[in-house]
Design a binder for this molecule. Structure first.
Ligand SMILES: [Zn+2]
Length: 122
């Protein structure tokens, strides 16, 4: 367990901890309980996370990433007649939905870490 007064981890380290859904300060405790519910405090170092509100950041980042991943598939489906339209739409919807649901918790952890990083004492 490290405290801010002893050593300050680099921004990259803090953001990587966030991507792993870990506490931005210690990297040990989890920042989410369940799928997306944010913990009030880190279980390992008791860092207060209750004032951090990621709000619309995680969905924005998720849509940005999933949209870029989906773009080549959408282009392929439009330009090739591989599947009939009534199969293409469910396939693309399933790919986008699964991609978004998989990425969203990691995006939330990333944003919690990024917000924590901007508030960290120098
Ligand atoms: Zn912690």
């Amino acid at each position: 367990m490290q405290s801010n007064e002893q050593t300050q981890d680099s921004g990259k380290t803090v953001l990587l901890r966030g991507l792993k859904k870990r506490c931005p300060q210690c990297g040990v405790g989890k920042v989410l309980k369940g799928y997306l519910t944010q913990r009030e405090h880190c279980a390992a170092c008791n860092e207060d996370l209750s004032t951090i509100r990621a709000d619309d950041g995680p969905p924005w980042l998720t849509i940005l990433i999933v949209g870029h991943i989906m773009a080549p598939f959408i282009h392929y489906f439009i330009t090739h007649d591989t599947f009939p339209l009534h199969l293409e739409l469910p396939i693309m919807l399933a790919m986008a939905s699964v991609g978004a649901l998989c990425l969203l918790p990691y995006a939330k952890g990333f944003f919690i870490a990024a917000i924590w990083l901007t508030r960290r004492k120098k």
